[in-house]
Design a binder for this molecule. Structure first.
Ligand code: ZN
Length: 178
């Protein structure tokens, strides 16, 4: 999906620039575009700019196109740590975060066709610019961008994507990136 990926990368860079976020040209080239191996980037996928990911801390921008979904997953405990802890802060647009708890009565999400079995938590946290939410390690979660997409800053402990466990069995850690 090279053309698709480079278009998505450019679109993400423009979205970040439109919010006043300065992104260097050499950073634009590093924006990760992932379709989680499903081949439906605009439904299930994400554009990510990683600012820093050391052994202890990580910070990244997640850029969602309209209705794009980061599919349900958790960050399991590891031998020497309890798993990744994440804080999401919305910078622009609107994002819907789903976590364990009471299901929303009138949820704002729009699930794509053919997504049965991929989602199991339905408590809705609406993130608008300035809103943020912190997840304990090993908590199931998924996020969908709203009608205009969203820019969500993630601040977390060390990120190791290949250790993530996805609810949708079609998504394997190895297939996550383009
Ligand atoms: Zn996560």
């Amino acid at each position: 999906m090279n053309d698709v990926a480079s278009q998505a990368r450019q679109w993400a860079a423009q979205s970040l620039a439109s919010t006043g976020t300065v992104v260097r040209p050499d950073e634009i080239r590093t924006i990760e575009v992932t379709d989680f191996g499903l081949g439906r980037l605009h439904e299930v996928g994400l554009q990510v700019l990683v600012y820093v990911n050391t052994e202890r801390v990580c910070s990244k921008e997640m850029v969602f196109s309209p209705w794009q979904i980061c599919p349900e997953h958790r960050h399991p405990p590891q031998p020497n740590n309890p798993g990744k802890e994440e804080t999401f802060r919305c910078r622009a647009g609107e994002a819907y975060l789903y976590v364990p708890g009471d299901p929303a009565e009138s949820p704002l999400h729009r699930l794509p066709m053919n997504s049965e079995g991929g989602f199991s938590v339905w408590h809705e946290v609406v993130l608008r610019p300035g809103d943020q939410h912190t997840l304990p390690p090993n908590t199931l979660h998924w996020i969908q961008g709203g009608p205009e997409g969203a820019i969500v800053t993630e601040m977390s402990t060390h990120s190791a994507d290949d250790l993530d466990i996805f609810t949708d069995e079609r998504i394997s850690a190895g297939a996550r990136h383009e």
